[in-house]
Write a protein that binds this ligand. Structure first.
Ligand code: NAP
Ligand code: HSE
Length: 428
């Protein structure tokens, strides 16, 4: 079977290398050899390894218009032209395997219906790297009513937060390391500003809850404002800060969001370090399930890509496979109706009554406090960190507004979600 790979970067290089190396193994598994006949790239000035030179092309028509190419593996990234190439390939009856979460999150349903009946669209590598979460939701967990999905689904930000937490490395240094290891997107803002994680949770929620989730409806806060002081304070509270993507089913609709979140050390997601990803699923009758594994980088992603490729190839010979994505929009709970606990870090004047003034602001807003911590401070300023009980966004905003009007409060330095009561939930 002749296939083409579009893109020869971090992931594409690894995929071609493994397909070339394991040709005999995959032929034995499939009953037919897979031959990478074309590799599409963009930049004619880049040096390419000897082993791929004869297969390189810069013209997408060489791939799309060649009827002998049965499967396209899209690993270029970005929305266009990747989206158009996928659509065109599927219209021509080719199956497509992609790691492109932007394309799937924005156009998955239309693409999955736009091809000929033989054209499958597989995208296991688009979410959580090497973890087989897409197939698990589509197939193995299809007999469940799912209640919630909580994930660390971005390797770059998890790597940065882990380096800050465990090794006191600066944000900038950790980001540079993540880029060098091939974890970061071409534009790392997508990682840092939680755009990538929002795309991934929108895909997972669409598969888990049976209605399409528009990625623009996912509220997101990235990790740019997380400082060394937050990380230190989290440690002293027996917690860590993780970028958590969540999708919870409520009677009024799905509650979705991505945000840095303070979680206790005994939370199932707390020990997921480095570029590892994890997806924690709650449902019935399964109960709780934790998937964990390498979430970014060439090796992890190539594992998922090649699994999909073998699946697509097999389906072309023996039939079956395609799972259409839902078209109907999922009902969503408006963000102001979400209820969460929050962690806030405040800088206050070192004077009598400062702590009382802070406590009073929360009391007036009707927000109950779970814990308050004031580490030893200097002469003029003091830090207060606190964790609220679950509260509505509206009540939280009322409390923050009152704090801004307090003479004793110099400024709010941090405000993120907190999941400090997760032990009770996960222990159920
Ligand atoms: P990358 O290292 O930036 O490589 C991109 C490759 O695509 C390069 O070879 C580039 O060609 C080629 N390309 C880009 N635009 C093109 C165009 N218009 N025409 C032809 N070729 C084009 O990207 P990557 O990290 O491998 O990521 C690829 C995809 O996998 C992305 O969708 C990404 O989100 C996804 N993904 C990545 C990871 C990861 O850890 N890196 C994990 C999961 C999913 P040149 O070589 O000529 O520049
Ligand atoms: N940039 C992405 C991440 C790649 O860091 O998770 C894997 O999707």
């Amino acid at each position: 079977m002749r296939i083409a790979v579009l893109g020869l970067g971090t992931v594409g290089r690894q995929v071609v290398e493994v397909l070339d190396l394991e040709r005999a193994l995959f032929a034995a598994r499939l009953g037919e050899e897979i031959e990478v006949s074309h590799i599409l790239v963009r930049d004619p000035g880049k040096p390419r390894p000897e082993s791929v030179r004869s297969r390189i092309t810069y013209d997408p028509r060489d791939v799309l218009e060649d009827p002998s190419v049965e499967v396209i593996v899209e690993l270029m990234g970005g929305f266009e032209p990747a989206h158009s190439y996928i659509a065109e390939a599927m219209r021509r009856g080719k199956s497509v395997v992609t790691a492109n979460k932007e394309v799937i999150a924005r156009s998955g349903p239309e693409l999955s219906r736009g091809g000929t009946p033989r054209a499958d669209l597989l995208f296991e590598a688009a979410v959580a790297g090497g973890i087989p979460i897409i197939r698990s939701l589509q197939e193995s967990l299809a007999g469940n009513r799912l209640h919630g999905i909580y994930g660390i689904v971005n390797g770059t930000t998890n790597f940065i937060l882990t380096r800050m937490h465990e090794d006191c490395v600066s944000f900038e240094t950790a980001l540079q390391e993540a880029k060098e290891r091939g974890y970061a997107e071409a534009d790392p803002s997508d990682d840092l500003d939680a755009v990538d994680a929002a795309r991934k949770i929108s895909i997972l929620a669409s598969l888990a809850f049976g209605g399409w989730v528009d990625v623009d409806a996912v509220g997101r806060i990235g990790i740019r404002n997380i400082t060394a002081a937050d990380v230190r304070e989290a440690k002293s509270l027996g917690a860590v800060i993780k970028l958590v993507a969540r999708a919870e089913s409520t009677p009024e609709g799905l509650a979705l969001g991505v945000s840095p979140t303070l979680i206790p050390k005994n939370h199932p997601l707390a020990d997921v370090g480095g570029a590892q990803n994890a997806v924690y699923v709650r449902g019935e009758p399964i109960g709780q399930l934790l998937f964990e594994g390498p979430g970014a980088g060439g090796p992890a992603t190539s594992s998922a890509v090649i699994g999909d490729l073998l699946d697509a190839a097999r389906a072309r010979r023996v039939g079956g496979r395609s799972v259409a994505l839902p078209l109907e929009p999922a009902p969503l709970l408006p963000p102001e109706a979400h209820s969460h606990a929050y962690y806030l870090r405040l800088l206050v004047r070192e004077e009598a009554g400062a702590l009382a003034a802070v406590a009073q602001a929360f009391a007036h807003a009707g927000v109950s406090l779970r814990s308050v911590h004031q580490p030893p401070s200097g002469d003029a300023e003091a830090m207060i960190s606190l964790v609220t009980r679950p509260t509505s966004r509206q009540q939280l905003e009322r409390a923050r507004e009152m704090l801004r009007g307090e003479h004793a409060v110099l400024r709010e330095e941090s405000c993120i979600l907190a999941e400090m009561e997760a032990e009770a939930k996960t222990g159920a």
